[in-house]
Design a protein around this ligand. Structure first.
Ligand code: CDT
Length: 304
């Protein structure tokens, strides 16, 4: 029997700095309801999907910074997402800023979770590749302070059994690094979910700006093919607080082909029926890792 997971790539348009969690959660639940009407098993939301992309501002007051973080998941404002999952029978992936007490200190991570159709958290990931910088850089029209506000994730890239397959997660800048997918590929991953907030303008390298959409798809399509896995890439898109974020949310088959794509810069659902068995022929032939990898020559990529 085919293992079909019907997936909704639930792109979000801009979230204003003044927009409260309750308003955002209403938008997310509306997309989940729409997904239900399309027969979706799972919806994928972007990175940091509950607030505006706050690393664009330099802040020194930790209390102010912490207003963008979730202290519990679910918390009072995010509980409706879990209730909707159970009511609709639609699971979800979502990114959020996580504040937690761990090892006797307060920790801040850029996190995502996978929630099943019963509303239970079945997977969690903390972003490893944090882009940008840690100090204010006045030459930039907007900041990208992920290295200031988050710690490097401490969970590796776990792959979990859910939705009838092997599911993996990564977050935004992770998608540009082949190691991200290969660590999951080595665990047999069949579907990788990734949310992103990608400014079209990258101040240190403006000569790449016109290639932003191309690079976005290039990295995810090649990773899907090279690991025989579905990749679901979902944007927060549009002009958010004066900063243009790319859209182009996609569902990519293990062939590397885009099978569904968002075409607006707002809240939008792109849907595809994803056959998890489609990766098998890639995993058994051209990318049969056991037969063809040569790890004795790969040592350099894990040295500093
Ligand atoms: N959120 C995130 O990781 N964005 C980065 C921007 C890179 S430029 C600092 C990305 O790779 O899309």
């Amino acid at each position: 029997m085919a293992r079909i997971v019907t997936v909704g790539a639930a792109q979000l348009g801009p979230i204003a700095r003044s927009e409260g969690r309750a308003e955002v959660v209403e938008r997310l639940v509306a997309l989940m309801r729409q997904a239900r009407t399309h027969g979706c098993d799972l919806v994928v939301f972007p990175e940091l999907a509950l607030t505006t992309f706050f690393p664009r501002w330099f802040m020194e007051d930790q209390a102010e910074i912490d207003t963008f973080f979730e202290r519990a998941m679910p918390g009072p404002e995010t509980q409706p997402l879990f209730d909707a999952a159970r009511e609709l029978g639609v699971g979800f992936y979502i990114g959020y800023a996580e504040l937690t007490e761990q090892d006797g200190r307060t920790r801040h991570f850029n996190t995502s979770i996978l929630v099943d159709k019963q509303g239970e958290i079945v997977g969690k990931y903390r972003k490893i590749h944090l882009p940008g910088h840690a100090e204010h850089e006045p030459y930039r029209p907007f900041q990208h302070l992920e290295k200031r506000y988050f710690e490097t994730g401490d969970m590796g890239w776990p792959v979990v059994r859910a939705f009838g397959g092997l599911m993996g997660m990564c977050i935004c800048n992770d998608r540009r690094w082949p190691e991200t997918y290969r660590v999951m590929g080595l665990q047999g991953v069949e579907m990788v979910m990734v949310g992103y907030n990608t400014p079209r303008h990258n101040p240190p390298s403006p000569e790449h700006d016109s290639l932003s959409d191309f690079h976005n798809h290039l990295v995810m399509q090649s990773a899907a093919y090279q690991n025989g896995t579905w990749v679901i890439g979902v944007a927060k898109a549009g002009v958010e607080e004066g900063c243009e974020l790319i859209g182009g949310s996609v569902i990519i088959a293990p062939s590397g082909e885009i099978v569904a794509k968002c075409v607006t810069m707002g809240d939008e659902l792109a849907v595809a029926r994803c056959d998890l068995d489609m990766g098998i022929s890639y995993k058994n032939t051209i990318f049969n890792f056991a037969a063809h990898r040569e790890p004795q020559h790969y040592g350099m990529i894990v040295e500093r």
